[in-house]
Design a protein around this ligand. Structure first.
Ligand SMILES: *Cc1c(COP(=O)(O)O)cnc(C)c1O
Length: 246
């Protein structure tokens, strides 16, 4: 069962208050963008969140994103969509068509496919605005995890710099689950992403402007903000528990 619109609005207000408190602890800097993660939640839940003032939504599956974006756009002013799931090259066309900010660029083949699709979509339209993307980094060096390693990050940024269709605006990470669910244990991973960003931002590359750090979820977004997150991805704290996969 998904939550009622009133519950979603109340959760959203509570999360916003926690974001504001974390920003106050952090000190000066940008106000982080709150991305509501709506995977496996019905379009009605997204519409309720949009009506409550949420302007950024995140989805993990291309097909679900396309279907939901259409229903939502028919009901409210469309939000800005973020694609935060693993992206297969054969799903790139769908995601690019929705205009989502892709947070999960993690390999050369995906850079090339995104650039190809942007060029294709724009051929004949005369539009030249590049597609904004983030690079996902495997900050915990986990064997099974998506994301580019810290070692391979510079080469991947070079590859994006060579593609005028793309603009890299920051880095994203999904750190390892802490053993006791203690968000403090995730803090060093957030700090590592910030340090990698600082290091790479010192290198001038065309079309690469590392201003964003997409990090922090329901369990740890406050710690992420204290460590410099400019985008937090919050699902269950806004929408409630996700229904089990059908
Ligand atoms: C599902 C998901 C989230 C949101 O997780 P919650 O714990 O529900 O807040 C954030 N980021 C990514 C990449 C996700 O897949």
């Amino acid at each position: 069962m998904s939550l009622t619109p009133d519950d979603i609005a109340a959760n959203l207000a509570a999360v916003r208050a926690r974001v504001a408190a974390a920003v106050a602890r952090r000190g000066p800097g940008p106000v982080p963008t709150l991305i509501g993660v709506s995977k496996k939640q019905p379009a009605e839940a997204v519409i309720a969140a949009c009506r409550a003032g949420l302007g950024d939504l995140g989805e993990n599956y291309a097909q679900e994103l396309v279907a939901k974006a259409e229903v939502v756009a028919a009901a409210v002013t469309p939000p800005r969509w973020h694609f935060i799931g693993p992206l297969q090259t054969n799903k790139v066309r769908k995601v690019v068509a929705v205009g989502a900010l892709v947070h999960t660029v993690d390999r050369p083949g995906l850079v090339d496919e995104l650039a190809r699709e942007v060029a294709r979509l724009r051929a004949g339209r005369g539009a030249t605005t590049p597609l904004e993307v983030l690079v996902e980094v495997n900050v915990g060096d986990e064997a099974q995890k998506a994301g580019v390693t810290a070692n391979d990050l510079p080469a991947l940024l070079d590859r994006i710099a060579a593609r005028p269709e793309l603009r890299c605006v920051g880095l994203m990470a999904i750190p390892p689950e802490p053993p006791e669910g203690d968000p403090e244990q995730t803090r060093p991973h957030f700090a590592r992403l910030r340090e990698l960003s600082r290091r790479e931002a010192a290198i001038a590359r065309p079309g690469v402007d590392l201003v964003h750090l997409s990090m922090g979820m329901s369990a740890d977004f406050e710690v992420a903000i204290e460590e410099g997150a400019t985008m937090v991805r919050v699902g269950t704290a806004i929408f409630g528990a996700r229904p089990p996969r059908a």
